[in-house]
Design a protein around this ligand. Structure first.
Ligand code: MG
Length: 381
């Protein structure tokens, strides 16, 4: 089946690799969206000739409109543009590669239109996983994960009954600071945090990988995607990033998905599933792999992971508070306003200050997100 895709967040790392896959596999692109990267949006629009190009920022959209005046590509801005890109009738699949809770409304819009969601926006499931999964079920929208760990689990589950699953095992690279003490972490710089040993990714997720918050968010994402209680999910540190995750079944069998650290494969699988087709992903050469190692994660030193695991158990709006506070704290860290260890300290402060609601509606989730960010900003003012 030849898909037609809308790529939300097309200038980010996942967005660009999605377009690489689309080009290699001959998929049509119905929409691209960026925040402010108009040069990339223009180049993408000229190459893929989508119906719609969106720049969320108003000024950027005005610029993009001038740049694309000769092309017939429609240009929109703001949330309205994102929602339009998510619901275009031409697209059967929406790749949600926006960073953060900003991806939540567009993802719901795509679900409401019954699209396949190639989900690369983990924050959406962290904040509102129960709502999103219930809505997808109701509207018959398929959610196929792009995150490499969740794609690995999804691949291992093919042809297996969900009732036969005993445990999910998520692998973690451990990030650039694996093995460091709290004292050593107090001295690390932004430049060091942005240097991931195995994966080339955007700034926010690279910092999340350094704090291990990324693994905590992925733990919650896995709970929501696969309806698993926290006690049936395990995280293991696997420095080599070759085993992308595993599933243990009731009979004791453990299936794993292996591959080189190349996001093109999970992106492509989210588009081709249940088929597999040739594509641009780098093949794995077992004979040149280092020995594969597995260790216990250290959620005391890497406090963000500990906090995320506590929220995974607590549920309600606690995961939205965790995520909102983390988004705000990581942005402050990237602006050189706080230190590396301040990230977990501020997230913990927000979790202590903002009350948790059970069985939240969408508005409660946005309010929890807002209150968590506010609690973080209050501490640095
Ligand atoms: Mg991942």
């Amino acid at each position: 089946m030849k898909r037609t895709i809308s790529v939300l967040g097309s200038s980010g790392s996942i967005g660009r690799q999605t377009l690489k896959v689309a080009s290699a596999c001959g998929y049509q692109v119905a929409a691209v969206t960026v925040n402010r990267s108009v040069e990339q949006a223009e180049a993408q629009a000229r190459q893929f000739k989508p119906k719609l190009a969106v720049a969320v920022d108003e000024k950027a959209a005005a610029d993009l409109r001038v740049r694309l005046a000769d092309t017939g590509v429609k240009v929109m801005s703001g949330l309205e543009g994102l929602l339009e890109a998510a619901s275009l009738p031409e697209a059967d699949t929406v790749v949600t590669a926006i960073v953060g809770v900003a991806g939540l409304r567009p993802t719901l819009a795509a679900i409401d239109c019954g699209k396949r969601i190639a989900l690369a926006n983990k924050e959406t499931l962290v904040c509102a996983g129960e709502l999103v999964m219930a809505r997808a079920e109701e509207r018959g929208a398929e959610i196929v994960p792009v995150d490499s760990e969740h794609s690995a689990i999804f691949q291992c589950l093919q042809g297996c009954s969900r009732r036969a699953v005993r445990r999910l095992i998520i692998t973690a690279s451990g990030g650039p600071f694996y093995g460091k003490s709290r004292k050593e972490l107090s001295l690390v710089t932004k430049e060091q945090a942005l240097r991931h040993p195995n994966w080339a990714m955007g700034a926010k997720i690279t910092v999340d990988s350094a704090t291990l918050m990324n693994k905590g968010l992925e733990f919650i994402e896995a709970m929501r995607l696969y309806a698993m209680p926290p006690e049936r999910i395990q995280i293991v540190v696997h420095r080599e990033s070759i085993v992308h995750s595993l599933v243990e079944f009731e009979d004791g069998a453990v299936l794993a998905q292996l591959g080189s650290a190349d996001m093109c494969l999970p992106i492509q699988y989210a588009l081709t599933w249940p088929e597999r087709t040739p594509g641009p992903a780098k093949p794995l050469d077992l004979l040149s792999c280092p020995p594969l190692t597995f260790q216990k994660p250290d959620s005391d030193t890497f406090r963000c992971l500990g906090l995320a695991l506590e929220c995974a158990k607590r549920g309600g709006t606690s995961t939205a508070i965790l995520n909102g506070a983390n988004e705000a704290a990581v942005a402050l860290f990237l602006e050189d306003k706080i230190s590396f260890l301040d990230i977990s300290r501020l997230v913990e402060t927000a979790l202590n200050r903002v009350p948790v609601l059970d069985d939240p509606e969408l508005d409660d989730i946005f309010e929890a997100d807002r209150a968590a960010r506010e609690a973080v900003y209050q501490c640095v003012r």
